[in-house]
Design a protein around this ligand. Structure first.
Ligand SMILES: Nc1ncnc2c1ncn2[C@@H]1O[C@H](COP(=O)(O)OP(=O)(O)OP(=O)(O)O)[C@@H](O)[C@H]1O
Length: 263
């Protein structure tokens, strides 16, 4: 499924926080959104999973204007892992994962054999099968994040929207998740803070600053020292990954005399 963000603007409380942003995510590709804190990344994703209605522009899914779809229909097509994903109810892990099937179900029909296998597969992929009977409220932050990712996978979405999915994850699960994203063949739009993980995992990267898309392209085109300096205010060297050739950033820490001293 192809996702097109087309001239989207968002106004909140009289302030424009996303400005005429256009970004395409071709079928089956992984596109990353990076940018400083407060640059508008989560706001863009909210427009894609319909928690926000853009003030201008539109989001298109395979040529259909998202706002013209019924909510249930877009919920079948777009799965989101968000910063607000609530797990306030004391469900077990397997119950939470099964909730991913909700947009596909009519009434209270129990899951069929294929859906139960799908849940099992997703829990194994996210390394939470051993937690199936545990209550989600008693899990660590990273375990809970992996449960929510399993729930998103069982939704079998055409588009997966992920807001900092590696947040809370240890390095093994970060690498595992991003490897999985590349293998699923699903169209993915993902916000990442770690530019090196973004370079390794994404086909293309869009860079946001103050609500505007200031650059987009392949990781090699985007992750250059001048751009990292201009957008993030950080000095970095770029070296190719010795095996994959993906650009990797080596940051330069600030010298002592530019650091603000404690009063
Ligand atoms: N509901 C809201 N009301 C007022 N301002 C908001 C609201 N939501 C977001 N903003 C503001 O819009 C800007 C963009 O926020 P957003 O959460 O999209 O940024 P972000 O790039 O995802 O940031 P971070 O990297 O810190 O998660 C911020 O300045 C934020 O304070």
């Amino acid at each position: 499924m192809e996702l097109r963000i087309d001239g989207v603007s968002v106004d909140v409380a009289g302030r424009r926080i996303v400005r005429e942003l256009s970004l395409d995510v071709p079928e089956g590709q992984v596109v990353g959104l990076v940018g400083p804190n407060g640059s508008g990344k989560s706001t863009v994703l909210r427009c894609v999973y319909r928690a926000l209605r853009p003030s201008g522009g539109a989001v298109w899914l395979d040529g259909a204007d998202l706002s013209s779809l019924r909510l249930r229909e877009s919920a079948r097509k777009v799965a989101a892992l968000t910063q607000e994903n609530g797990t306030d109810l004391d469900f077990t892990v397997e119950e939470v994962v099964a909730l991913g099937r909700t947009p596909h179900q009519r009434g209270n029909r129990p899951l069929d054999a294929r859906e139960r296998r799908l849940c099992r597969w997703a829990m194994e992929r996210m390394d939470v099968a051993h937690l199936a009977r545990r209550g989600v409220l008693e899990l660590s932050g990273g375990e809970r994040q992996r449960v929510l990712l399993a729930r998103a996978l069982v939704q079998e979405p055409g588009v997966l929207v992920l807001d900092e999915p590696t947040n809370h994850l240890d390095v093994r699960h970060q690498v595992g998740l991003l490897s999985l994203l590349r293998r699923t063949g699903t169209t993915v739009l993902v916000v990442l803070h770690d530019l090196n993980l973004a370079a390794a995992a994404c086909d293309r990267i869009g860079v946001l600053a103050e609500g505007r898309l200031v650059a987009s392209g392949t990781p090699g085109e985007i992750l250059t020292p001048p751009l990292v300096r201009e957008v993030f205010g950080v000095e970095a060297e770029v070296v190719p990954h010795p095996l994959t050739g993906a650009p990797q950033l080596l940051y330069t820490l600030l010298p002592d005399d530019t650091e603000k001293r404690n009063p």
